[in-house]
Design a protein around this ligand. Structure first.
Ligand SMILES: [Fe+2]
Ligand SMILES: [Fe+2]
Length: 148
């Protein structure tokens, strides 16, 4: 474990890689959700399209916050998105999105655990805040899925 009273936080390559996985995910879903906003069809699609856009913007802000943290930790933030799955219907959009949020929640819990193990309280705190947003997104998509 890192010295808990050192003024500057040093972290492992493992944690830096996890932060880059998180950035790739955030960039990926940001594109995924905004493309869904563009590609919606039908009355129901039009009714909810802004939800996709707003969520996409929140994800890009997550990407930025994590990139800033990684840069501070002497890592180079990736520009490559994780695989993007847009889908061909509102039902498919929402299924892909709920799954993406579930995967993010799992990864971010692991990041919080790893960061705490390394004495990196700030990264753990950042991911606790982001985790709260992802749980809200998951709730939004699964609620929308209840009646498509
Ligand atoms: Fe996010
Ligand atoms: Fe999210």
């Amino acid at each position: 474990m890192a010295n808990p009273i050192a003024p500057v936080t040093k972290v492992s390559d493992k944690l830096r890689e996890m932060l880059n996985d998180a950035i790739a995910r955030e960039i990926g879903v940001s594109i995924q959700y905004v493309w869904q906003h563009v590609q919606v069809i039908g009355v129901k699609g039009i009714a909810v399209r802004n939800q996709f856009k707003q969520t996409a913007m929140a994800e890009m802000k997550h990407a930025e916050s994590i990139a800033e943290r990684l840069w501070y930790l002497e890592g180079i933030p990736t520009t490559k998105p994780a695989p993007i799955t847009v889908g061909g219907s509102l039902q498919e959009f929402l299924e892909h999105d709920a799954k993406a949020e579930e995967e993010a929640i799992l990864l971010y819990k692991k990041i919080i655990e790893q960061a705490m193990k390394e004495g990196d309280i700030t990264t753990a705190f950042l991911f606790k805040q982001i985790l709260e947003d992802e749980e809200e997104h998951h709730d939004l998509f699964t609620t929308m899925l209840e009646e498509v």
